[in-house]
Design a protein around this ligand. Structure first.
Ligand code: PLP
Length: 291
């Protein structure tokens, strides 16, 4: 086992309640091949960044974990128990500037009532290039209307489910087109989110982000950036945005828990200005968050 990998198994009873947790060996088999996480992607997850041993935006991640679980009719995860598991892993990773913990709750082994849960933590990749030089982004049609969460809640738009094969495919399509990342657009032309990130744009003194009601994940990083925006003379606001709005914006970022704020330096091959000073301020703030 590499010493920077740590695992906790969160145990559940047949009613679906978490009963406690134990540390486990990340290199040993822990999940049954008939667990619906493996066979159907039927479960939810969160990825929490850890800065020098401090879980960042932990309460918001645990709230979103519970929201995703509700959307999938999974048992309500106990925030105190999951929070303790995350903090325990964070402490084990305290020697590293940047790390992350992924928490997972699945419907369990096919045909059995007991959910499966675990928390895994390790060291982050180095994202200095993305944060400083920026990323090339392509717009990809998600093929869903912007009212999908109201018309078709069974599509689970905006839930953080384990069914991320589509998000991974979008990232590969972006790479095929020579880009670093993708930004999804609804079939009726509204900007949505990246496969693992939230869009934030600056227009004048405003920071704007698309509404979660469009069927996107409410981002924890975006919420923290909007709370800090007054420090930079800016005000955060939710707004529907189109590709034309993005092209006309002063600057734009894809923001997320582990990569933090990646300024967008081109869209579909068209270069755009990045705001190095504000990007550095945002990333400094995100890196130092103690809550
Ligand atoms: N949107 C999607 C689809 C994501 O998967 C993620 C994070 O992985 C985000 C947005 C950004 O959320 P957060 O800032 O809470 O990491």
């Amino acid at each position: 086992m590499a010493t920077h990998e740590h695992l906790i198994l969160v145990e559940h009873d047949v009613e679906g309640h978490a009963t406690g947790w134990v540390t486990a060996h990340p290199d040993l088999p822990q999940v049954r091949v008939t667990d619906v996480a493996a066979t159907r992607g039927d479960g939810v997850f969160e990825t929490i960044s850890i800065g020098s041993g401090h879980p960042q935006a932990l309460a918001a991640h645990l709230e979103r974990f519970a929201r995703s679980a509700r959307m999938l009719d999974l048992p309500e995860p106990d925030p105190a128990l999951w929070g303790d598991a995350v903090r325990a892993l964070a402490e084990l990773l305290a020697d590293h500037d940047e790390a992350w913990v992924k928490i997972v709750l699945t419907r369990g082994v096919e045909g059995q009532p007991t959910p499966t849960g675990w928390a895994y933590g390790t060291v982050s990749a180095d994202f200095r290039r993305e944060r400083t030089d920026g990323i090339d982004v392509v717009l990809l049609d998600r093929g869903l209307r912007s009212d999908v969460s109201a018309t078709s809640p069974w599509l689970l738009a905006g839930a953080k489910t384990l069914s991320y094969a589509v998000n991974r495919a979008a990232a590969r399509e972006a790479a095929r087109r020579g880009a670093d990342d993708a930004l999804f657009v609804s079939s009726d032309g509204l900007l949505l989110e990246g496969p693992t990130s939230t869009l934030v744009v600056r227009r004048g003194t405003e920071l704007l982000t698309p509404p979660a009601a469009l069927g996107i994940l409410p981002g924890t990083t975006q919420v923290d950036l909007f709370a800090a925006a007054p420090e930079w003379g800016l005000e955060g606001r939710v707004a529907t945005l189109t590709a034309a709005d993005l092209a006309a914006a002063d600057s734009a970022w894809l923001v997320s828990s582990v990569r933090h704020a990646a300024p967008i330096r081109s869209i579909d091959g068209v270069e755009r200005a990045i705001d190095s000073e504000l990007s550095a301020a945002m990333n400094g703030f995100l890196r130092r968050r103690l809550r």
